[in-house]
Design a protein around this ligand. Structure first.
Ligand SMILES: [Cu+2]
Length: 166
């Protein structure tokens, strides 16, 4: 019994050391991940954030309550800065769901009314009459899908395609 207690005491400093090393590594990895995207956007493009963004308006549904995005095909060039102005002129709630696309861009901010959200965004919900502005820089070229994830809307054709080219 006493030897067990002694053993665990001998092991304790090792465990603490290991735990400390683990924590430092985790912290470094987290800082690395957090810093990676903004650093990329600012260092590769210099004054990019000071130049005006290219503006595109995308309607989620329309006044006739048709289940579609207008336009349904969006094209971007990697490394340029864009503002997508999302509007919902319909009487229904809609989503802008494009998770793979969201992973391929660096989001500077999303602005809705007097609220500005910074950091990664994967999905936006717009209530009838809602407006939001998504400011971002596409980073990774590819073809991505867009859909409205409200039940039945994707099936009814509320889908789109997003292309990022170099
Ligand atoms: Cu919808």
């Amino acid at each position: 019994m006493s030897s067990l207690v002694k053993k665990s005491h001998q092991h304790a400093p090792w465990r603490q050391l290991l735990r400390r090393i683990y924590l430092v590594f985790t912290l470094l990895i987290c800082l690395g991940l957090m810093g990676a995207n903004p650093a990329m956007a600012t260092s590769t493009s210099g004054d990019l954030l000071k130049t005006p963004a290219i503006e595109i308006t995308v309607s989620l549904g329309n006044a006739a309550n048709e289940l579609k995005f207008e336009p349904s095909r969006l094209e971007f060039i990697a490394g340029k800065r864009y503002t997508i102005r999302l509007t919902n002129p319909s009487q229904l709630k809609h989503y802008f769901t494009a998770k793979d696309f969201a992973d391929a861009i660096w989001t500077q901010k999303v602005q809705a009314g007097k609220v500005e959200i910074k950091g990664a965004i994967h999905e936006l919900e717009l209530q009838p009459g809602g407006v939001a502005e998504w400011v971002f820089v596409p980073l990774k070229s590819g073809n991505y899908s867009l859909r409205c994830s409200i039940a039945g809307h994707t099936e009814a054709g509320m889908i789109g395609a997003i292309a990022i080219s170099n």
